[in-house]
Design a binder for this molecule. Structure first.
Ligand code: PEP
Ligand code: MG
Length: 591
């Protein structure tokens, strides 16, 4: 039966494919296809992982048998029996084997997929005791995954066979081979998303998350349709169901009828035609009708993204979110050399164009590892994140600063500091940058010049620009956080997403104020939050005086199209009126 789930549109386009439900696991799981010749080795790997956990439980059983009833109550040995039964159940290994041999999933992916399938069967059980065994199974699977992590993989890691573009006809006829896959999860951390960067999935759906949550931002950078905040989707959709993602409307259609499939197939082709048309603007300079030159920069997460930035016609990188180099490493941070090489790759990848590297911004909805989700602090978004985290660990911060300064010897680099608010933090940061230079001098290591900028993403910073303009060469407005902190709306919480409003007059005033003050002082200013890549806001930002926009490479050409159609002289007065409105959103709709 066809039904629809509504969520938040985060990345445009239409995707049609089969659902792959990913059980949330505290262990990072790779998802890739293996070659048919690797099936036996992959099944062997899963059996070895399972057997090793079975051995461990049996050893525990033996030692329990030698203990008295005080140290080892009877329930413990009964529980161990249940664990053995769960692990040796044919349904588990049989299912995993099928996912590997029929679908060519790698062993870990097959295991988590089968966990999902069995987990649902547990959920439906009448008996409460049996229902509760789901948690045991999850724990056991996690153990197997951990054991497998420690084993050498016989498979060459991610082949990441590209998803075949499947036509509408194929979708109706072909049920098993190579159809696009749609990933569905309750939640995905930014680190999980990063793993999917060169992945096989044609679209993403999550139950939770806001439009500018970091998970949504990475989904957008993948340039594939995605919907977040589609509550209960991971429960309502079953493994292998056909689903359609309408990334423009934020809607997920499950089990579509042939008529609906045909309609979305048409929309999908329309999107491809639109993309083709936009591609013609690649070499057109971004200049408004009245001759204003506009700078269109790229936001990137990894050095390799520099290539997409170049391909999209970016004139530089306005925001390199360096924290992605720090994530998913089980807390082991990258050393100076590793970071230096990564920054250097990004700088060289940009072929002489400027690259703005932001120092690490972890915390809040960007934990270093999904397993290290910040549960210890009640308000992580207001806690030790971004520059606060860096200043709390000067050795780590100095390592990063030295790496960036060294990379700057290979091209044009700017250094950008996130989340500053106090003058004392600014002075402390500047002192550490000086110290990093001195340390490199003492070691006799070459480094390059950098312009130093600050992000304006806390209202208090926007209201005390004088001190920022005194110390910094340029400012970059992080509207994602500026909105979050101005309106007191958690950007990652879908239950308040309807209140997360870039057009709130207070937000617009803070953005306009920052742009105007920078211009008055002759300092460069850009917007690098998601507002910069939202084509419905391009003309407003131009009218507010913005001349530099930084966004995901995939958004650049669409924003350029808006720029080419804009007459800034005419937009200035209108932008003033919008900002003076009680509800600017209404005037924007009418315009
Ligand atoms: C912002 O806050 O707008 C920004 C660009 O930084 P991030 O999204 O990484 O917090
Ligand atoms: Mg931010």
């Amino acid at each position: 039966m066809t039904f629809a789930i509504h969520g938040l549109a985060v990345a445009r386009g239409i995707a049609i494919g089969r659902a792959v439900l990913v059980a949330s696991s505290r262990v990072d799981v790779a998802h890739y296809f293996i070659e048919a010749s690797q099936v036996d080795a992959e099944i062997g790997r899963i059996r070895a992982g399972r057997n090793s956990v079975v051995d461990e439980i049996q050893r525990l059983q033996t030692s329990v048998a030698h203990m008295g009833s005080k140290e080892a109550p009877h329930e413990l040995s009964a529980l161990l029996d249940v664990h053995l039964m769960l692990l040796q159940d044919e349904e588990l290994i049989g299912g995993v084997t099928r996912w590997i041999s029929d679908r060519l999933y790698n062993a870990e992916w097959a295991l988590t997929t089968q966990l999902e399938v069995i987990g649902r069967q547990f959920d439906e059980m009448e008996d409460e005791y049996l229902r509760e065994r789901k948690a045991d199974l999850e724990q056991l699977v996690e153990k197997v995954l951990r054991v497998m992590k420690g084993m050498a993989s016989p498979v060459v890691p991610p082949t990441n066979r590209a998803v075949r573009k499947t036509s509408q006809q194929d979708l109706l006829l072909d049920d098993t081979v190579d159809v696009p896959l749609i990933l569905i999860a309750h939640d995905l951390s930014p680190a999980d998303m990063l793993q999917f960067k060169q992945s096989v999935f044609a679209g993403f759906i999550t139950d939770v998350g806001g439009k500018t949550s970091h998970t949504a931002i990475v989904a957008r950078s993948l340039d594939i349709p995605a919907v977040v905040g589609a509550r209960l989707s991971s429960q309502l959709v079953r493994q292998d169901d056909w689903v359609i993602i309408d990334g423009d409307a934020g809607v997920v259609v499950v089990d579509p009828s042939p008529i609906i499939l045909a309609e979305y197939g048409f929309k999908q082709r329309q999107h491809e035609l639109d993309r083709g048309r936009l591609a013609r603007l690649l070499h057109t300079p971004a200049v408004t009708l009245d001759g204003q030159k506009i700078e269109l920069l790229a936001n990137i997460e990894m050095p390799e993204d520099a290539l997409s930035a170049i391909k999209a016609g970016a004139v530089g990188v306005g925001l390199f979110r360096s924290e992605f180099l720090f994530m998913g490493r089980q807390g082991k941070l990258p050393n100076e050399e590793e970071q230096y090489q990564a920054y250097r790759r990004a700088i060289e990848g940009m072929q002489g164009l400027p690259v703005t590297i932001r120092t690490v911004d972890v915390g809040a909805d960007k934990p270093l590892d999904s397993s290290l989700q910040d549960e210890a602090h009640l308000n992580p978004a207001l806690g030790l994140r971004a520059i606060r985290w860096s200043l709390a660990d000067p050795a780590m911060f100095l390592t990063q600063l030295r790496a960036i300064l060294r990379a700057a010897a290979h091209g044009q680099a700017n250094l950008l500091i996130p989340m500053l608010v106090h003058a004392s933090e600014i002075r402390h940061t500047m002192a550490l940058i000086d110290r990093a230079r001195v340390e490199l001098d003492n070691r006799g290591v070459a480094y390059g010049p950098v312009k130093i900028g600050a992000m304006i993403e806390i209202p208090a910073a926007a209201l005390t620009l004088k001190v920022f303009l005194k110390y910094f060469d340029f400012l970059s407005i992080g509207t994602n956080d500026l909105i979050q902190y101005t309106l007191a709306i958690d950007r990652a919480d879908e239950s308040v997403a309807h209140l997360y409003d870039p057009l709130h007059p207070a937000v617009l005033r803070l953005v306009a104020l920052t742009i105007a003050e920078c211009h008055a002082q002759g300092k460069h200013v850009s917007v690098c939050g998601e507002m910069a890549g939202d084509t419905s806001l391009t003309r407003l930002l131009l009218g507010m005086g913005l001349r530099s926009f930084s966004m995901h490479p995939a958004q650049i050409l669409a924003v350029k199209q808006e720029v080419l159609r804009a007459d800034v002289a005419k937009l200035t007065g209108w932008a003033q009126q919008v900002m003076a409105d009680d509800e600017p959103g209404l005037r924007m709709v009418k315009h």
